[in-house]
Structure formats: structure tokens, C-alpha cells
Write a protein that binds this ligand. Structure first.
Ligand code: PHE
Length: 344
């Protein structure tokens, strides 16, 4: 019995040294240390022996088992390391090399600019909310004084989800202005809100147009809001975003949902008013549409226009970003090209 175990031990150890893979090693473990192995049966047979024999045979069997077990562990360690070595191309593993830094992500330039715009207004007491991109005709047009067949619908080339003849048609919102209505339907004055979000237009894309872009809408309604508040707020906004000494201009413009309506432009920072390609030789860059909320729009939302007044504005985020960073093509923003995105 003792001899048998010694033979077994040396055979097992010899075999162990020849093993090359972890799966061969596992087969070896099952054969020599597993439940059905000779060693395990020998240990089990001990109980049948007379006590004095049992003691020596037991000690011997346990020693053989311990030796096989520890050689097994050592070999396992060796084979695991060489398996890693192979998987990294046979090169040896230098555990002292510094780790590779994982690239840290960043916010998309449009997200950064939206956050910046919203934080300027947040400092002035505006709340930030968002709203649906799939809209009803009613909110996108009808409630904003743009009924069916109104020529102003041509200002907004629309992506329709239902037939545009249908008064309950759904569409992809062409501006964030429908949120003016949703806000006024749900909240009572005093109101101060900004709404960033995606907008869509059915348009051929080129360097300055894309079929999807972002706007930030703003709305303030209270009992004594005047055109002066509008100008004060938006001039301050422009100077926060484009620099304290930037010239800002307010001019009249037309939007059906405001009266009077206006447009705000900043002095062209490339030519400082002299005239260049960026500003189309005008010296000014238009950056947002605005106006005093039309009394009919207030009334439609259940807000009494003889008591309350308000102003609204809407700006294109891509346009502001393009002007600010001198981006030459709007399509860069959604091309997924890291060489472009990494610059921000
Ligand atoms: N919604 C208008 C547009 O997309 C901008 C605007 C918003 C004008 C609010 C006036 C008031 O062109």
C-alpha cells in the first residue's frame, strides 16, 4: 500500500510537469485528486485497517495528498501566467508599467452652450423646463396665432406626422414656442421660464441649415412687464454670452404670436461692424427673435391681457455656437467626428 502510493505520487508529479494547458491540468486534478481517484479511495479504505496500521497509512496518504495538492497549485499558477503571456502576444507582462488612462468624455458643444444659456437666465430668476418634440398643430401653430392657411406657416417648413390638412395633426415641432402655450395653460403668472430643446424643419441641409437643431425659448409674464424689461433682459443675456463690450441691437420684426415683435443682433465680432463675410457685410449678427406676447395668445391661455403682459424670445443654439466658435459648417455638430468634437 505504501509503495503503491509512492509510485502513484512520482507518476503523478512526472505527468504534472509535462502538462501544457489549464484544461490538461484540470483533467490531471480529476484523475489524481478527484473523488474517484486512487488516492481518495486509499483514504477511504483507511477505516477498514486495524488502528496501529491506520495511523501510519493515514499519515502517509495525507502527506502524498498534501504534496500533490501543493504541486498542483504551483503548476496552476505557472500555467495561468503563461496563458496570460500568450494572450498578450508572447511578451512577458511588466506589472510595473503605468496603466493606460481611459479617455474622459465631455459634453457635446451644443449641450455646453445650452447649459451656459440656461444658467445666464437662471441667474435672472428663470426656471428651466422641457417639453415634447412631437407636437399638435394647435400648440405649434394655431394657439400661436398661426391658423391653417396663414402665410406665416411658410416660415416653418414642417415635418408632419399626420396629414397637414387635419386640424388635429401631429408634427415635429418647428420651434420651441409651443411651450409658451403649454406653460401658460399650466401655470399662473408671475412666470419666468426658459425651455431648451430640439426642433425640426423640413429643409435641405447646407452649411447653415440642418433639419434638426436646438432652440432655447424664453417666456416672462407678470402684471407690469414692458418692452423695457425685454430689452434689459436680452441685452444682459447677450453681454453675458458674447462679452461685456459687445454692441447689441434691437429691431422690429414680425412673428404672429408677439406684438410688437423684434429681433436682436450683436455687433459682428469678426469685423467689429466694418462688414465681412460672417455678417454678410451688415456688421450685425442676428441671434434671436422676440416680442411682447400677443394679447390674443395670453387670452387663449386664460390669462387676462388687460391685467398681465409678457415677453417671449427664441434663439437657435447651433447658430450661437457657430458664431461664437467660428464653426464653418452646422453639419459638423452631428457628424460624430471626434476631431471636431474634441476641440470643445
Ligand atoms: N419661434 C420663433 C422662431 O423660431 C422665434 C421667436 C420666439 C420669436 C419667441 C418671437 C418670440 O423663429
Amino acid at each position: 500500500m505504501a509503495d503503491e502510493l509512492d509510485v502513484l505520487e512520482s507518476a503523478a508529479l512526472a505527468e504534472l510537469r509535462e502538462l501544457q494547458t489549464l484544461s490538461q491540468l484540470e483533467a490531471w486534478r480529476v484523475r489524481y485528486l478527484g473523488k474517484k481517484s486512487t488516492l481518495t479511495s486509499a483514504l477511504r479504505a483507511l477505516s477498514a485497517l486495524p488502528p496501529e496500521q491506520r495511523r501510519t497509512a493515514g499519515a502517509h496518504s495525507n502527506a502524498v495528498k498534501a504534496s500533490l495538492q501543493s504541486e498542483y497549485e504551483a503548476r496552476k499558477q505557472e500555467l495561468s501566467l503563461s496563458t496570460i503571456g500568450e494572450s498578450i502576444g508572447g511578451a512577458c507582462l511588466d506589472v510595473t508599467l503605468p496603466g493606460r488612462a481611459l479617455p474622459i468624455g465631455r459634453l457635446h458643444p451644443i449641450t455646453q452652450v445650452i447649459q451656459e444659456i440656461c444658467s445666464v437666465f437662471a441667474r435672472m430668476g428663470f426656471q428651466v423646463i422641457d417639453g415634447p418634440e412631437v407636437e399638435w398643430d394647435y400648440y405649434n401653430f394655431e394657439a400661436l396665432n398661426i391658423p391653417q392657411d396663414h402665410p406665416a406657416r411658410d416660415m416653418f417648413a414642417t415635418l408632419w406626422l399626420d396629414s397637414s390638412e387635419d386640424r388635429n395633426a401631429r408634427l415635429l415641432r418647428t420651434h420651441t414656442s409651443p411651450m409658451q402655450i403649454r406653460i401658460m395653460e399650466e401655470h399662473r403668472p408671475p412666470l419666468r421660464f426658459v425651455v431648451p430643446g430640439r426642433t425640426y424643419r423640413y429643409e435641405a441641409t447646407d452649411a447653415t441649415h440642418d433639419w434638426m437643431f436646438h432652440q432655447v425659448e424664453g417666456l416672462a409674464v407678470d402684471s407690469d412687464i414692458t418692452l423695457r424689461d425685454l430689452k434689459e433682459t436680452l441685452f444682459e443675456f447677450c453681454r453675458s454670452i458674447f462679452g461685456r463690450d459687445t454692441g447689441v441691437r434691437f429691431r422690429c420684426d414680425y412673428f404672429p404670436f408677439v406684438e410688437p415683435g423684434g429681433e436682436i443682433a450683436i455687433e459682428c465680432f469678426q469685423c467689429r461692424g466694418g462688414g465681412c463675410r460672417l455678417c454678410g457685410s451688415t456688421g450685425w449678427l442676428e441671434i434671436l427673435g422676440t416680442g411682447m406676447v400677443h394679447p390674443d395668445v395670453l387670452a387663449r391661455c386664460g390669462i387676462d391681457p388687460s391685467v398681465y403682459s409678457g415677453f417671449a424670445f427664441g434663439m437657435g443654439v447651433e447658430r450661437i455656437t457657430i458664431l461664437r466658435y467660428g464653426v464653418d459648417d452646422i453639419r459638423h455638430f452631428y457628424s460624430g467626428d471626434f476631431r471636431f468634437l474634441r476641440q470643445f
